[in-house]
Design a protein around this ligand. Structure first.
Ligand SMILES: Nc1ncnc2c1ncn2[C@@H]1O[C@H](COP(=O)(O)OP(=O)(O)OP(=O)(O)O)[C@@H](O)[C@H]1O
Ligand SMILES: [Mg+2]
Length: 157
């Protein structure tokens, strides 16, 4: 499958919602090789990252911007979501993937989003990286192996 199709499909659902929240969305799609993956699960990954960015930007006074980038990086395809929100304090960074960890008010977050995201990414033999400086926004980058790389590591059956 094509990771760019995940971006198109997810944005088709969420673009107007993000626009109504006053958030500017910038998309940069690279030329990507095929990956093996579950389309709906990868839409869930992007949806969760976008909803987290939206929530982070809701507390900011300045223009909220979300950048979505796809690119081929070595033997992997990358899906990156950036926001210019308040960032994640260093001491909390370890915990954000824990199930039920949330900083949101009771009733507005279950704390399951990133734990679900991490489970999906692992099942795709990928990895997720987070970069954040307090006050400097957050970048989540998901890396998934290309079909070619997967067939090499699986012994080329
Ligand atoms: N882009 C972001 N900017 C700032 N903090 C973030 C961002 N993404 C995640 N976080 C932090 O990580 C925590 C855990 O995120 P996660 O998606 O797992 O749960 P949640 O968003 O709180 O709840 P749910 O996803 O179930 O609605 C959030 O409560 C928030 O503190
Ligand atoms: Mg969430």
């Amino acid at each position: 499958m094509d990771l760019n199709a995940v971006v198109d499909s997810t944005l088709a659902l969420l673009q107007s919602h993000l626009g109504q929240a006053g958030i500017a969305v910038r998309v940069e799609k690279g030329v990507l090789p095929a990956i093996e993956g579950n389309f709906n699960e990868l839409c869930t990954v992007l949806t969760n990252l976008l909803m987290n960015a939206r929530d982070a930007l809701a507390t900011e006074g300045n223009q909220g911007i979300i950048g979505i980038t796809t690119a081929k990086v070595g033997g992997e395809v990358m899906l990156r979501v950036r926001d210019n929100g308040p960032g994640i304090p260093a001491e909390l960074k370890e915990r954000i993937f824990d199930p039920f960890y949330t900083t949101k008010p009771v009733g507005s977050g279950t704390g399951l989003g990133l734990s679900i995201v991490q489970g999906i990414v692992r099942r795709h033999q990928g990895r997720i990286e987070v970069e954040s400086e307090e006050g400097g926004g957050v970048t989540f980058a998901v890396y998934l192996p290309t079909l070619e790389k997967r067939s090499q590591t699986e012994g080329g059956t």
